[in-house]
Design a protein around this ligand. Structure first.
Ligand code: AMP
Ligand code: GLY
Length: 424
């Protein structure tokens, strides 16, 4: 379910596991159409999706984006005894309500930034001044990655608070805000498949949220990612599983919201250890495009997803190894992230070797020509034995995929490069 680069990568991985697999995508995209039958149903049209799943007798449904999870698709499918991979609406609150997530972390003693949660502007402004600068103002609800403002002055914080609580800039998503302490460090995305108790972490990745090279420019949905990340040693991942995933999952279960599916921990690696920036209740985009090509579960990825979708336990001691390195570069449309332009013809060379090309915001126009149709248009994942090879292949491919006004970063993985240079 879904039609972005993440879903294209998921479909690719399912087809990799078993080339005879039959996939129905709703709504999919022109890239997914090469692997699956695409049906034009919106991911939030739950009743139509239910019908489709019954009609095609699907073995299980895999949900890509958060919106259908927030709308309770898993609850509805389970009512009808359909296997589905993803959390219930209640469990999805770990992403859909930052206030819920913060309270849960507090209760479960999961390390995270100190925060004050309020619906009142005066209280929020007073709280902001109790924090050192920069101070972070966040809308509690879903805001497509735009609801977080890192404020360098108290005036800026007050403006952000007024925008959210008085001006309703994010609608109901911003009717409650978090005033939060700024955390210093490097970010890491740890994505883990879970049955609610057992945790199977995939290869850790690092996202690049800013539009421009060297992490400048506005925040985006993500301009690139790479995996593995050498900072994420097995000791660190152990610490994250024991100190973050297990207590968070136990606290969810204790509240009657057992979480099954994919839990994504966005971490800040601070001098005091890993701390949670946010949780997501689904695969990350573009992390998935880098993680799936290098994650070796020693068994079929599809079987693991299917088992969790059916409500079964993960095999005891399931682990995931990294096979090589992957670097994903996103090509975004002219005007992204503010006002992406649609309709620009896209040219994809047919000799892109050692890279995977995933579609996101693409469409076929009336003449059958591939054109831009969204903010993030395509992503290219370069693979190789070494990080440097993967990075070079990703960048070479990005340069060769052409459309008017395309934007991409040429430095995905620059922190990893700096570490490699520092180590030699
Ligand atoms: P979120 O939507 O919560 O992941 O926030 C988006 C981005 O804002 C994160 O990926 C971080 O780069 C940044 N951010 C959010 N909260 C904090 C924080 N407390 N300290 C530092 N950076 C933050
Ligand atoms: N890349 C960040 C996310 O998927 O939320």
């Amino acid at each position: 379910m879904g039609g972005g680069g993440r879903e294209h990568a998921l479909a690719w991985r399912l087809a990799q596991d078993d080339p005879s697999v039959s996939i129905v995508a709703a709504p999919g995209n022109p890239g997914i159409a090469e692997l699956a039958e695409c049906v034009a149903v919106a991911p939030t049209d739950i009743e139509s999706l239910l019908q489709l799943a019954h009609q095609r007798r699907v073995d299980f449904t895999l949900v890509g984006p958060e919106a259908p999870l927030a709308a309770g698709i898993v609850d509805r499918f389970r009512e009808e005894a359909l296997a589905i991979f993803g959390p219930t609406r209640g469990a999805a609150q770990i992403e859909t309500s930052k206030a819920f997530a913060k309270a849960l972390m507090r209760e479960a003693k999961v390390p995270t930034a100190r925060a004050i949660i309020t619906t009142e502007a005066d209280r929020a402004k007073g709280a902001a001044r109790e924090f050192a600068l920069p101070v972070v103002i966040k809308a509690s609800g879903l805001a497509a990655g735009k609801g977080v403002i890192v404020c360098e002055s108290y005036q800026r914080a007050e403006r952000a608070i007024d925008d959210m609580l008085v001006g309703h800039a994010f609608g109901v998503s911003g009717s409650e805000v978090l005033v939060e302490e700024f955390m210093e460090g490097e970010e890491l995305s740890v994505l883990a498949i879970t049955d609610g108790e057992n945790v199977l972490p995939l290869v850790p990745a690092q996202d690049h949220k800013r539009l421009l090279d060297r992490d400048r420019g506005p925040n985006t949905g993500g301009m690139g990612a790479y995996a593995p990340v050498s900072l994420a040693t097995s000791e660190l991942i152990r610490e994250v599983i024991d100190g973050i995933f297990h207590p968070a999952l136990a606290a969810l279960s204790a509240r009657g919201h057992r979480f099954t599916g994919l839990l994504y921990a966005g971490l800040m690696l601070t001098p005091e250890g890993p701390r949670v920036v946010e949780f997501n209740c689904r695969f990350g985009d573009p992390e998935t495009q880098a993680i799936l090509p290098v994650s070796d579960l020693g068994t079929s990825f599809t079987d693991v997803l299917a088992a969790v979708a059916r409500g079964e336990s993960l095999p005891d001691g399931a682990t995931c190894a990294a096979r090589g390195a992957a670097v994903t570069t996103v090509l975004a449309a002219h005007g992204y992230p503010e006002k992406p332009r649609a309709g620009d013809p896209i040219r994809i060379p047919d000799d892109l070797d050692d890279v995977l090309l995933f579609h996101a915001g693409t469409a076929r126009n009336d003449a059958g020509r591939l054109v831009t149709a969204g903010g993030r248009v395509v992503s290219v994942t370069g693979m190789g034995e070494s990080f440097e090879t993967a990075q070079r292949r990703s960048l070479d491919a990005a340069r060769r995929v052409e459309f008017e006004g395309r934007q991409f970063r040429s430095d995905i993985g620059w922190r990893e490069i700096a570490r490699i240079a520092g180590a030699s």
